[in-house]
Design a protein around this ligand. Sequence first.
Ligand code: C2E
Ligand code: MG
Ligand code: MG
Ligand code: MG
Length: 285
Amino acid sequence: QAKSEGRGTYRFFEPAMDEQVQNRRALELDLRKALAAGEFELHYQPLVQTETGEISGVEALIRWRHPQRGLIPPNSFIPLAEEIGLIVPIGEWVIRQACMTASRWPDRLHIAVNISAAQFHHPGLAEVIVGALAASGLDARRLEIEITESVLLHDKNGTLAMLHRLRALGIRIAMDDFGTGYSSLTYLQCFPFDKIKIDRSFIRDIATDASSLNIVRAIAALANGMGMGTTAEGVETREQLDRIAAEGCTEVQGFLFSRPLPAAEIERKFLSTEAPAVLDRFAAA
Ligand code: C2E
Ligand code: MG
Ligand code: MG
Ligand code: MG
């Protein structure tokens, strides 16, 4: 009793703790327990072939089902998880879960998994991936990893060796959010990417802003010339789709086709016998 009074008095004289700091501390404590409590889930967003409208894969996107706060999007906890080192065990869970889910799905579907820089550079990533493939029985050629430019910022030789090692297993490598970070054209020359994902910020304005259109055009031309595929992220409108298709982007992803959905929803909407095998671009728009 006296103790709690004392604490209260002390707090009265101390400047109020920044609400954001308190909130962050609470979140951190919860985050440390979330994995063991089974509070993470993966949602999956279709990746659509521009030419045919077929779904050729899905991107796995993590969500945190917090018992009090509800469904928390990754941008609200992944940076914190990276800061406190939790991204390694969380990322391992993501890889295992994604491989397990994809192994139940038709062979034509590949699965893309996001890998943070801290996770990429943590020793043991290759073993985790190999272990997840073995445990699920998923063919390595159906797994794609998405990394951002931040991965390439340090230990170039180690990064290159790792990318080659993963590729030798049959895993595909995608450069995520291209054009936002520390983009350098030499990266594209040095690193063996299979695909470049053009950041949503360029797609958003593609129908209204000439410079966004020019950037998309240049990236698509460059990637095609180097034998890499391109994915346009964040396609929301029919008009954006038409522009993107005209620029030769090979793959599209966005709310126009589908939001990220739980596995059961993906199965019901896109993989059940009643579902059309091919996404009807015209119906979707
Ligand atoms: P990202 O890898 O670039 O993923 C694409 C993000 O764009 C997803 O947000 C997706 O929901 C959103 N998106 C897709 N289409 C549209 C659209 O048409 N309009 C709009 N407004 N948004 C669209 P989400 O799921 O909130 O994920 C945000 C970021 O969090 C991801 O960006 C990725 O960097 C990170 N992330 C997600 N899951 C994981 C994970 O398992 N591990 C790691 N390390 N990072 C993850
Ligand atoms: Mg991604
Ligand atoms: Mg992205
Ligand atoms: Mg992005």
